[in-house]
Design a protein around this ligand. Structure first.
Ligand code: NDP
Ligand SMILES: O=C(O)C1=N[C@H](C(=O)O)C[C@H](O)C1
Length: 269
C-alpha cells in the first residue's frame, strides 16, 4: 500500500499527541516527521514517547528536519506557528491540514495566498458531528429568520487560549450568511452592565472555560413560547484527529487550493 507520509506540528501538544497515535494506528498513513517549537520539552524526544509507543521519529524544531520526507503537514498549534509552517509548505509543495484557531484577518489572508501554491484544508473543527451541525444550523436559521433571538454558547477546557472558539465563530458565520447578515456587524461578544433590550438583528456569543471540557457548542434560537437548542458535545479529541486524517486522504489527489471540512465530507451545497 502507498502510505500517506504525514508530519505533525505541535507534536507534544494535546492534539499533536493524539494525531501521532492516530497516524501510527491507521494502515494507510505513516508518521514522516514531527515538529515542535524550539525550547519545547518534547523536542529531541520520540514523538510516541507520550503514549509509550515509540515511533522512531524524533520531534524536531527545524522545519527542514521535521518536513524532510513529508507530503502532508497536520498543524494544530498557534497562529504564529502555523503561519511560519505555511510559508515553508507553500514553498516546498507540502499539503497542509490546518486545525489551529484564533487567526486574525491577515493570518487568514496568508492562508488563502499559500493555497495558490499548495493544497490546504483549513477548518476550525474537524469532527464529522460539528460539520453536520453546521448544516442543521443553516436550515434552522433560514426557517427561523423572524422572531427568534440567536445566541451561541461554547465551553472548553481551562487551557484554551482563544475565545470565542473557532467553531463558535464558524457557526456564527454560517447563521449570518443564511440570514443575509454580516457577522462583523451583528456579533455581540459578551454583555455587562445596563445593556438595553436585545437588538433582534444581533447574534450573541458566550464563552465558558473550565476543567477538562473537550468542546461543547450550543446554538439557541429563542422565540416567544419556545426555544430550539442545537448542541454538539465532544467527549474525545480522537474525533478531530480522525477528521484530520480524512482530510489528508481527501487532499492526496487534489491540486493547489483552499478546502474545508464541508468539501472533505461532501456537505457543501
Ligand atoms: N480544528 C479542530 O478540529 C481543532 C482545533 N484545535 C485547535 O488546535 C490548536 C492547538 O490546540 P491544543 O492541541 O489543545 O493546544 P496545545 O497547547 O496542547 O498544543 C499546541 C502545540 O503547539 C506548540 N506551539 C505553540 N506555539 C507554537 C509556535 N509558535 N510554533 C510552533 N508550535 C507552537 C505547543 O508547544 P509548547 O507546548 O511547547 O508551547 C504545543 O506543542 C488550538 O488553536 C485549538 O483551538 C483543537 C482541537 C480541534
Ligand atoms: O482548543 C480546543 O480544544 C478546540 N478548539 C477548536 C475551536 O476553537 O473551535 C475546536 C474544538 O472546539 C476544540
Amino acid at each position: 500500500m502507498n502510505q500517506l507520509s504525514i508530519a505533525v506540528a505541535g507534536a507534544s501538544g494535546r492534539m499533536g499527541r493524539i494525531l501521532v497515535e492516530a497516524i501510527a494506528e491507521a494502515p494507510d498513513t505513516v508518521l514522516a516527521g514531527a515538529l515542535d517549537v524550539a525550547g519545547s520539552p518534547g523536542v529531541g524526544t520520540d514523538a510516541g514517547a507520550f503514549s509509550g509507543q515509540p515511533t522512531g521519529v524524533t520531534i524536531a524544531s527545524k522545519l527542514a528536519d521535521g518536513l524532510a520526507t513529508a507530503r502532508f503537514l497536520i498543524d494544530f498549534t498557534r497562529p504564529e506557528g502555523t503561519l511560519r509552517h505555511l510559508a515553508y509548505c507553500a514553498e516546498h509543495g507540502i499539503k497542509m491540514i490546518i486545525g489551529t484557531t484564533g487567526f486574525d484577518e491577515a493570518g487568514k489572508a496568508a492562508i488563502r495566498a499559500a493555497a495558490e501554491k499548495t493544497a490546504i484544508m483549513f477548518a476550525p473543527n474537524m469532527s464529522v458531528g460539528v460539520n453536520v451541525t453546521l448544516k442543521l444550523l443553516e436550515l434552522a436559521a433560514k426557517s427561523l429568520s423572524e422572531g427568534y433571538d440567536i445566541e451561541i454558547v461554547e465551553a472548553h477546557h481551562r487551557h484554551k487560549v482563544d475565545a470565542p472558539s473557532g467553531t463558535a465563530l464558524q457557526m456564527g458565520e454560517v447563521i449570518a450568511d443564511a440570514l443575509g447578515r454580516d457577522l462583523k456587524q451583528c456579533a455581540i461578544y459578551g454583555r455587562e452592565g445596563v445593556t438595553g433590550a436585545r437588538d433582534p438583528s444581533t447574534i450573541g456569543f458566550a464563552t465558558i472555560r473550565g476543567g477538562d471540557i473537550v468542546g461543547d457548542h450550543t446554538v439557541l434560537f429563542a422565540g416567544i413560547g419556545e426555544r430550539i437548542e442545537i448542541s454538539h458535545k465532544s467527549s474525545s479529541r480522537a474525533t478531530y484527529a480522525q477528521g484530520a486524517l480524512r482530510a489528508a486522504r481527501f487532499l492526496a489527489d487534489k491540486p493547489s487550493g483552499l478546502y474545508d471540512m464541508q468539501d472533505v465530507l461532501a456537505l457543501r451545497g
